[in-house]
Design a binder for this molecule. Structure first.
Ligand code: NAD
Length: 479
């Protein structure tokens, strides 16, 4: 699959590649160059996609779970077969190093494998009513046609994390990928069709007008569910819009992850974890460590260790095997991060490494470490979404946990300590959906991924992920 020829660029509706009336351009953020022109769906196109999904729903729900599982397993195998070309495609539209894209392909494919295994384990139960005069039977049924909106930062995994459980549950769907990265979603549509997903079950509508397409779909009574991954700001708006149709919703929104290093931490391990938690996708990950809360006793050692490691990382275009850090998504992101760093400096923070954007043509910002960042600096209170590590020091556990929880976000936190009691105590006290304990990476297809507070609703992955696409049906049986 080379970017020049084989990658589809049309809408995928009812199993057919369908041209649109207009097209939009996709750019490689590492070079600023246009790499493709992709069909631009309108609201009417989206409704045609929903026609297909609604039309396919009954038959797809009725297919034997084992067949759905086999199709998903086949799709996993096709992703493994095409791993290198998919990685190259992801690098072409995100600009990031190929090694990172290869890791994303494996992570993304894992959702198809995991949910292939879950498709045959959808259960119900049988109870005797307390009165003894009837039985209570529960079953799980697919929610129905779903609308899946995904972000640009992981253009394969964010799609499979929704499509995998939706297919396993027996739902049909319309997928709207981010406008920056539609090619990976279109390539996945081709691959799912090859794996045997019937026409109309998965439809993909890239668009430069997400609000128009979304308004059309959310206003259609045949739609039963919205699953969104993206910013809290857009998620909040979509929740309000979903209220009219009383839609089931899943929301994977922004984070502001605290990374706590206690005085009893293994500092070398904490630095290793910090590099992983901060630098994946150049910091453009919802689970990126956003703020480093470090005990005074280990602050110098941790800061030095992190600064040395980040200073040694090489920024560059994704296809260069020596590149370790990719670009930001666009100039606006680079300007925003430059502004956050400059503001922190004005508030008294000190830049130890990095701090200024790199020259173009790509949208690069170097790995950056700052110390003495005040707790109220926007660099700390906002989601940075870039390779910047602000460090603030604290005198003890209580002040660290209080600071960690002082945010409306609640996706993930990381904590480093050698004391098991403390790890459990802090793990329970942190107000997040996920906690990495002596570990800088939490994402796993077998784990329930998701946030609390304003970071979202629901879970993706794990045993829990499929529940987002199932309704519980209760049958009361006399006797
Ligand atoms: P975004 O909210 O701008 O865009 C996400 C998606 O929403 C895109 O497909 C976009 O086209 C669509 N969209 C934008 N405006 C819309 C509207 N008015 N109506 C309908 N759809 C609309 O976010 P982004 O910049 O692409 O992604 C970055 C954000 O996503 C960060 O906040 C990050 O933390 C979050 N994120 C969260 C998770 C998670 O699992 N919690 C994972 C990845 C990214």
């Amino acid at each position: 699959m080379s970017i020049d020829d084989e990658v589809p660029r049309d809408l995928f509706i009812n199993g057919a590649w369908t041209p649109a009336g207009a097209a939009f351009e996709v750019t490689d953020p590492a070079t600023g160059r246009v790499i493709a022109s992709v069909a631009d769906a309108t609201g009417q196109d989206a409704i045609r996609a929903l026609d297909a999904a609604a039309g396919a729903q009954k038959a797809w729900a009725a297919i034997a779970p084992r067949i759905r599982a086999d199709i998903l397993r086949h799709a996993f195998e096709l992703m493994s077969r095409d791993a290198e070309s998919l990685a190259r495609l992801a690098t072409a539209e995100t600009g990031r190093p190929l090694a990172e894209s290869r890791a994303e392909v494996a992570y993304a494919a894992d959702f198809l494998r995991w949910f292939a295994e879950e498709a045959v384990r959808i259960g119900g139960d049988f109870r005797t009513a307390p009165s003894g005069d009837h039985r209570i039977l529960t079953a799980r049924q697919p929610v129905g046609p779903c609308y899946l909106i995904t972000p640009w930062n992981f253009p394969l995994a964010m799609v499979t994390r929704k499509v995998g459980p939706a297919l396993a549950a027996g739902c049909t769907m319309v997928v709207k990928p981010a406008e920056q990265t539609p090619l990976c979603a279109l390539a996945l549509a081709a691959l799912l069709a090859e794996a045997g997903v019937p026409d109309g079950v998965v439809n993909v509508v890239p668009t430069l007008s997400p609000a128009e397409v979304t308004t059309a779909l959310l206003g259609d009574g045949r739609l039963r569910k919205l699953s969104f991954t993206g910013s809290t700001e857009v998620g909040r708006r979509l929740l309000a819009q979903s209220a009219d149709g009383v839609l089931r919703t899943s929301m994977e929104l922004g984070g502001n992850a605290p990374f706590l290093v206690f005085d009893d931490a293994d500092v070398d391990e904490a630095v290793n974890g910090a590099v992983l938690a901060k630098m994946r996708n150049a910091g453009q990950s919802c689970v990126a460590a956003n703020r480093f809360l470090v005990h005074e006793a280990v602050a110098d050692a941790f800061t030095q260790g992190l600064a040395d490691r980040l200073a040694a990382l090489r920024s560059g275009v994704g296809t260069d095997p020596d590149s370790q850090v990719g670009p930001l998504v666009d100039t606006a992101a680079r300007d925003r991060i430059e502004g956050l760093v400059a503001d922190a400096e004005r508030r008294g923070a000190k830049v130890i490494v990095g701090g200024r954007p790199l020259p173009g043509p790509g949208y690069f910002f170097p790995p950056t470490v700052l110390t003495g960042v005040p707790e109220d600096a926007p660099l700390v209170t906002q989601e940075i979404f870039g390779p910047v590590a602000p460090i603030t020091t604290y005198p003890g556990e209580e002040s660290m946990v209080t600071a960690a929880n002082a945010t409306s976000a609640g996706l993930v936190a990381f904590a480093y300590t050698r004391d098991l009691d403390r790890a459990l105590r802090v793990g329970e006290a942190l107000e997040t959906g996920m906690v990495g304990l002596n570990r800088g990476l939490v994402s796993n297809a077998a784990a329930p991924f998701g946030g609390i507070k304003q970071s979202g609703l629901g879970r993706e992955g794990g045993f829990e992920g499929i529940e987002e696409y199932l309704e519980v049906k209760y049958l009361a049986l006399q006797g």
